[in-house]
Design a protein around this ligand. Sequence first.
Ligand code: 6R9
Length: 654
Amino acid sequence: MGNESLANLMTEERRFAPPAEVVADANVTADAYTAAAEDRLGFWAEQARRLSWETEPTEVLDWSNPPFAKWFADGRINVAYNCVDRHVEAGHGDRVALHFEGEPGDSRSLTYAELLREVSQAAHALTELGVEAGDRVAIYMPMIPETVVAMLACARIGAPHSVVFGAFSADALATRIEDADAKVVITSDGGYRRGAPSALKPAVDEALTRPGVAGRVSNVLVVRRTGQDIPWQDGRDLWWHEVTERQPAEHTPQAFDAEHPLFILYTSGTTGKPKGILHTTGGYLTQIAYTHHAVFDLKPETDVYWCTADVGWVTGHSYIVYGPLANGATEVLYEGTPNTPHNGRWWEIVQKYGVTILYTAPTAIRACMKWGDDIPAQFDLSSLRILGSVGEPINPEAWIWYRKHIGADRTPVVDTWWQTETGGIMISPLPGVTLAKPGSAQVPLPGISATVLDDEGNEVPDGSGGYLALTEPWPSMLRTIWGDDQRYLDTYWSRFPGRYFAGDGAKKDDDGDIWLLGRVDDVMLVSGHNISTTEVESALVSHPRIAEAAVVGATDPQTTQAICAFVILRGGADAGDEDGALVEELRKHVAKVLGPIAKPQRILPVEELPKTRSGKIMRRLLRDVAEDRELGDMTTLTDATVMELIQAKLPGAS
Ligand code: 6R9
């Protein structure tokens, strides 16, 4: 990147000032940036005091053996105590922690006092099964309260959890159980998805027969959610309710060292086996609690917070479980999909619980745009006051739509950039401070140092592009890749020595604000120009007929790569383009917005795009299609049939 002629193609002039009522009562003001810039470690030491430590830390950062960080190393703390007990002790036992909404419409609210009882009993149950501090527990569950309880119970007894997405296959589960060497698996009979019970337990049984896994797991704890028939292995399998209900309701939490492992979460690399990202205790909880407080402006007494992510994703770990609960929030936990049984299900939930803060992903926002403005308009969304986005770059048009149709043209939208590896939010506007720019994550949070580097590792000037890098350690950073320190060094710290390489393309605009341009692999080289897939996608989405777009570079003898776009038209099936006039108009539109060099060579209207469960478009598969290759690994895809549909659309397909 860093190409002059293209550096400023995406010019976004719209600006949104924070609303007066948010400014007046904001949790964090502009002073935080100054304080953190003057004394970064002092700033984080102060944030650590949001937590209740059994032994207060006297050290902040030990960076004597970089890049292996230790934060608050002489402090001792229990994470579950901080997320549950202390709120009950402070007199908030009757406050609702979780409003659970099942997909079939069943619901259940758990107060902090009830959560404390369930977590305590589950902690006793794990101990009874022989789980000790340091032992790993795999969790393979739907989005139900017991999942949160299981994670907190593990944290309470110092047993690192490894949560595996409920939609992952038996093979993916087996690899993760094996790599983490998990002793116990917690699962459920199934969960509800798209209007039907979907089984989980059989995948666990299958995973446990795989070589390398067989014989390692001593027990499988099974939550009864759907009541469907499941295979059962006596002696190994136990019903969660039977084991937990007979346990004492009280459990004394034990403090652990700040650097005690809290969890492992696997993130798929582009090549090779998945990486087990290791997070530890004190620094992680400090940054997660602070960022949740600062970015969402949470007022625990009055807000109702809802993060729509799955707990199997880092967003669920940090901003469904640890952040909101450490801050004593009341939150919604929803089991199902946004369009079951109807396209307005999410908005119905916002209305039902009076949700004030909503945190979701661009992919979901674009799906809602496609379903039509009239859907959210049927519900009372006036309780909303802050909207958040995470997971992918949010196209400016999707940002505007989100603010207008969900946020009544009034709420701040915070576009939060971070990764499984960073543990918590790193780059984001602050809702009561930042003059917002649609499409840009803008500025590193107080206490965070990020910049954009060129190929040689020099900081690029404003108005240029390059690679996103983090230039100082941060409290919730990954500590290593589980069992593979060398891979940790190679993947993140060797590209730019001394600085963390995020693997994302980025640019700084003329104000110095940061724009994320997608993974480095998602940058195309067209006739000597670097063009980001994100920018072309945003240009396409800014056309009124386009709901969603995925762009890839296909090998081309003339231009190195040719831009190939897959688009979903607004208005669905009858919005077809039989004569090709629309495609031509779209190509011209991109040329007008971004310049002729960015004009896609091919544009294919499709019904769906291939996505991972966390909503990221799998461009790798689309590249396979565009280059006429056999499709690569599809195990992390939400729905493998979309690839058949896309291939059927190709010219020449029978
Ligand atoms: C939290 C999460 C990390 C990758 C990251 C980047 C992309 C996440 C983004 C964003 C642009 C944002 N990403 N948030 N890109 N703007 N606000 O998503 O973690 O699943 O590990 O993915 O997601 O490419 O490198 P993870």
